[in-house]
Design a protein around this ligand. Structure first.
Ligand code: GDP
Ligand code: GDP
Length: 465
């Protein structure tokens, strides 16, 4: 049952504030004066549907010393040893300090799963600190504001990614070691340039279905999983955080998350709910793949594009279902037109899967689910550092970065820092001077070279020295 989290980081990054946020009570003493000695305690914490213990490490520090004093180091090591997961916390507002690297080194050496928390992300100028945090080599920084409670859904997802679903939810103790070991291996991609993760199709694939009212979401969901199942699902409106339905598609486990369509079905007498962008947000964050249902007779209204944009910004992979295809008289022509429009309106996910369906007749549902699974694989894909740098050699030979102020920008190497969605770190001479157009060129070329259609691709630039 449960797992233990240690919040580690140098003084003043916001560990106590995060601790309080997770524990939900004003337990740890938050103080602007670093170095206030407090006891180490363990408290029950909750992050949506995750339940765990947090070790309060707030008393470990002594900011008066610029080097890490022996006692603090020892205490930190004890906390790390006790923990199953580390929240390595940095201050995105102030950027990295030497102590961040010292602590990060201890954490890395422990080999424990880590979530890199970039706190104070709401602050002006936090973007720079976010990018810097990549340099710690602890994976993707998760932007949060412990003080304002922002970024918590992403933190939840990051925990699940770091621990594996079984361990995060405490379902299967036996598998936990295996999962932790594979996570460590993924983290060592740089040391082992030819490591490539294999796709795990045993975990439930998390889907959300979104779209404007009347696009056919409820009909589609019912066609996929069957009416009875939906009606016996958890009562909507009570715990909006965790509405989900589990089912199987051709032996593949699927978890379908809370959508406006599901809610309306279980509150039949309520007035027609307007699907706002905000409304879909929660479902989108919990999902891996988001099916955007469009009414093919009135496709691509402004709201559809807002939803698509939100999904992409959240790093989820969209799949488009052009619904009500049974009503279309000129399918060939319309399909060509819709394909062209999709590529033009959503260039950030070039090659997006878009299928025609009829939720009413059930036509196209096989193809839709195939597309979902295919996209999920791409979203999980990993390219080895070796392959990336062979690709980079070709790029540098034929389309090198431009010169800025008479000096050619240099790219040293590229590594994939994360999956879900694929995220790459480009190590270059002057990140600030690299034109956006060239970053776009790199992204598109990467997408093509490694066959990653339809998913958002993240690129972070960092200095190579
Ligand atoms: P600790 O020393 O790492 O435990 O840090 P604290 O939790 O005591 O926080 C240090 C300071 O940062 C306090 O003044 C907090 O109010 C502030 N702080 C914590 N979280 C945030 C945040 O998300 N945003 C901003 N702007 N300030 C924060
Ligand atoms: P939601 O608001 O997105 O959940 O939409 P519903 O599933 O409630 O569907 C809205 C209306 O469109 C209903 O009258 C459905 O019967 C109809 N509808 C849904 N899917 C299809 C379809 O594939 N073909 C046709 N002709 N009508 C559909």
């Amino acid at each position: 049952m449960g797992f233990k989290v240690a919040i580690i980081g140098r003084p003043n990054v916001g560990k106590s504030t995060l601790f309080n946020r997770l524990v939900g009570k004003k337990l740890a003493l938050v103080d602007d004066t670093p170095g206030v000695t407090r006891d180490r305690r363990v408290h029950a914490a909750k992050l949506y549907d995750l339940y765990f213990d947090v070790i309060d490490t707030a008393g470990f520090e002594d900011a008066a010393a610029s080097t890490l004093p022996g006692r603090m180091r020892q205490q930190t090591e004890i906390a790390i040893r006790e923990a199953d997961l580390i929240f390595f916390t940095v201050d995105a507002k102030s950027g990295l300090m030497p102590d961040d690297r010292t602590f990060a080194e201890i954490v890395r050496k422990s080999g424990k799963p880590v979530v890199l928390v970039a706190n104070k992300a709401e602050a002006r100028g936090a973007q720079g600190g976010m990018l810097e945090a990549w340099e710690l080599g602890l994976g993707e920084p998760i932007p949060v504001s412990a003080e304002h409670g922002q970024g918590m859904p992403d933190l939840r997802d990051a925990v699940i990614e770091a621990l594996g679903e079984e361990r995060a939810f405490g379902e299967d103790e036996e598998e936990s070691d295996e999962i932790a070991a594979s996570e460590v291996l993924i983290g060592e991609d740089i040391a082992d340039p030819d490591a490539e993760a294999t796709y795990d199709d045993t975990k439930p694939l998390r889907i959300a279905v979104v779209g404007r009212p009347n696009a056919g979401k409820s009909t589609l969901i019912n066609a996929l999983i069957g009416e009875e199942r939906l009606l016996t699902g958890p009562e909507a409106g009570i715990t909006r955080d965790s509405i989900s339905v589990d089912w199987d598609w051709r032996g593949r486990r699927i978890k379908l998350f809370d959508t406006a369509g599901m809610r309306r079905k279980s509150r039949i007498h309520e007035k027609l709910e307007v699907m706002s962008v905000q409304d879909g947000l929660r479902a989108v964050r919990f999902a891996e793949i988001v099916v955007i249902v469009l009414d093919a007779t009135i496709p691509f209204e402004k709201q559809d594009l807002q939803i698509a944009d939100l999904i992409i910004r959240e790093g989820r992979a969209p799949v488009i279902a052009f619904n009500k295809w049974d009503l279309i008289d000129n399918p060939q022509e319309l399909l060509a037109e819709l394909r062209e429009k999709t590529e033009r309106l959503l260039p950030q996910v070039r090659g997006i899967q878009a299928v025609t369906v009829s939720a009413e007749t059930g036509r196209g549902l096989e193809k839709l689910m195939d597309s979902v699974i295919k996209t999920h694989k791409v979203w999980n894909s990993r390219v080895s550092t070796g392959k990336l740098n062979r690709w980079l050699e070709g790029i540098l030979a034929h389309h090198p970065p431009p010169a800025v102020a008479g000096r050619r920008l240099k790219i040293k190497y590229v590594t994939q820092a994360k999956t879900r969605p694929p995220g790459f770190v480009v190590s270059c001479s002057r990140p600030d001077a690299m034109p956006q157009s060239y970053v776009r060129y790199l992204t598109n070329s990467l997408r093509e070279a490694f066959d990653m259609p339809g998913v958002p691709i993240r690129m972070a630039l960092r200095t190579s020295d």
